[in-house]
Design a protein around this ligand. Structure first.
Ligand code: PMV
Length: 311
């Protein structure tokens, strides 16, 4: 049996603006992950069986609707790895990453499956080859992915990312603690990205100015994250959220989680990922973590995750 694994991710600064060439910062979240395994089927049927653990879902790749993103993803990966689709393989996917929540579930599934397939076929893939393949599958979900999700998930390191540039690995001071709170509302990255694009097309100078401001915040945040200055990181998160709000990707539910986090003592907070649902992230001094967590749950968060030891 061959295995592949990939972590979740969260964006700390710069979502949306990163699609328009601005820098953004993302970190891996290793407490959540996808694990894929590949097994040769004894009877060797002429297709690939895909099983999703937890959902009790399984399907044969050749019989499945090609418009489904997971079917498309696995077909692309098999084609690119030159792996035969007409051999009896079982691909089993187990994930603890919440779907449609801005934590990179789709990119992590791609990376875990491609790693398992590469191991099964004894192929060596460099990290940059893995990232390029996962980027191709990310295009299934929305037409213009920035590439930040596949990059942070493949390299499994905090990064300062700008489209078309080599990823820059950054340090996050060990004292910084983040809480991620899920709104419980699904977030459609495709919908959020296309809404921003439509509004950008109607008023490019105003939106370009907002993207440039977000880019400046990400650049400043890189230094404050390295130095472990929670107060400054929090202020920059709040400023980033003000700008995300002007892009119309926030929701009343996300705003009430953000208000709750700040009222309970978080140094700052913002939505993370595409928005219109999904998660918020807050930077919180260690002594206040439990208060902020409890307040977020009270304010309606469907789950809260702690992020520490980021590296
Ligand atoms: O919703 P997520 O976690 O996939 O993040 C999307 C981030 C965007 O900047 C909105 C889109 C992108 O491709 O970078």
């Amino acid at each position: 049996m061959a295995f592949g694994e990939a972590p979740a991710k969260i964006i700390l600064f710069g979502e949306h603006a990163v699609v328009y060439g601005m820098p953004a910062i993302a970190i891996p979240v290793n407490s959540l992950s996808v694990r894929a395994s590949i097994e040769q089927l004894e009877a060797d049927p002429a297709s690939v069986l895909v099983e999703i653990a937890g959902l009790e879902l399984s399907f044969w790749l050749d019989d499945s609707d090609v418009s489904q993103s997971l079917v498309k993803t696995i077909r692309i990966l098999l084609d690119r790895l030159d792996a035969p689709r007409n051999h009896g393989l079982k691909i089993r996917i187990e994930s603890t990453i919440p779907v449609a929540s801005g934590m990179g579930s789709s990119a992590a599934i791609s990376v875990a499956v491609l790693r398992a397939l590469a191991a099964h076929h004894s192929l060596q893939l460099s990290l940059s080859e893995q990232s390029a393949l996962a980027f191709e599958t990310e295009q299934i979900h929305h037409g213009t992915p920035s590439g930040i999700d596949n990059t942070v998930i493949v390299y499994d390191r905090p990064l300062y990312y700008q489209r078309g540039e080599q990823p820059e690995f950054i340090e996050i001071h060990e004292s910084l603690r983040f809480l991620i709170a899920s709104s419980g509302q699904p977030s459609s990255t495709a919908e959020a990205v296309s809404g921003v694009r439509q509004r950008w097309e109607r008023d490019q100078p105003r939106f370009d100015a907002v993207f440039a401001e977000i880019g400046k915040i990400a650049a400043q945040a890189r230094d404050e994250l390295r130095d472990g200055n929670a107060i400054a990181v929090g202020e920059l998160m709040d400023l980033n959220q003000d700008l995300l709000r002007t892009l119309n990707v926030s929701t009343p539910e996300l705003e009430s989680l953000l208000d709750a986090a700040r009222a309970a003592g978080a140094a700052g907070a913002k939505l993370s990922g595409g928005g219109l649902g999904g998660n918020v992230i807050a930077v919180v001094e260690p002594a206040k973590l439990l208060d902020v967590e409890e307040t977020l749950l009270h304010a309606g968060a469907s789950a809260v995750y702690h992020v520490k030891d980021i590296g």
